[in-house]
Design a protein around this ligand. Structure first.
Ligand SMILES: CC(C)(COP(=O)(O)OP(=O)(O)OC[C@H]1O[C@@H](n2cnc3c(N)ncnc32)[C@H](O)[C@@H]1OP(=O)(O)O)[C@@H](O)C(=O)NCCC(=O)NCCS
Length: 145
């Protein structure tokens, strides 16, 4: 039985580290703005085990002209829990939260390997691909809710 709750940024490191920053230090899991009052972190739990995470930031990209924009960051599901629908549940929880805050454009920097996942969630690419050092090719993807 899975449940989604708001968590602290520190709690999210248990998933950020192995999935998004493998082999790196715990400090590499800290994102600028993690503790701002406008930032929220969601975790999906399998009973007591944190299995996946996503964070919502109030941040803007010049690629979009929407007045209200939200950035998703740190979307990750533990290896053993991937492809079981948890990522989809997390995206929906973030979208619900954004809708409750009167909606807007949702965007993020998507790793190339995750573009297919986000397409299934209704997101599209805008702009040109770009490289993030040590991680690889990314695309800005977005959707309006
Ligand atoms: C990308 C990620 C968040 C997806 O989460 P998940 O829980 O495995 O995804 P779900 O099981 O909810 O998948 C939902 C749908 O997307 C599909 N999907 C999942 N990952 C996919 C991928 N990488 N490429 C294409 N489709 C994918 C699933 O097959 C499923 O489709 P279906 O409903 O037709 O069966 C997860 O695999 C992950 O953490 N990957 C490593 C870290 C990462 O790349 N994060 C994104 C950084 S931008």
């Amino acid at each position: 039985m899975y449940s989604i709750k708001q968590i602290s940024s520190q709690d999210s490191f248990a998933v950020r580290l192995p999935v998004l920053r493998p082999g790196k230090s715990i400090e590499s899991c800290i994102f600028e703005g993690d503790n701002l009052p406008t930032t929220v972190h969601f975790g999906i739990f399998d009973n007591e085990t944190l299995a996946g995470i996503v964070s919502v930031f109030k941040a803007y990209t010049t690629l979009l002209s929407h007045e209200k924009q939200f950035q998703l960051r740190g979307m990750a599901v533990l290896d053993t829990y991937q492809k079981k629908g948890l990522g989809e549940k997390l995206i929906k929880a973030a979208e619900e939260y954004i809708l409750k805050n009167n909606g807007g454009a949702i965007w993020f920097n998507a790793r190339e390997i995750a573009v297919g996942f986000y397409n299934k969630m209704g997101y599209e690419i805008t702009g040109q691909p770009f490289t993030i050092e040590d991680i690889g090719t990314h695309y800005v993807m977005y959707k309006t809710v």
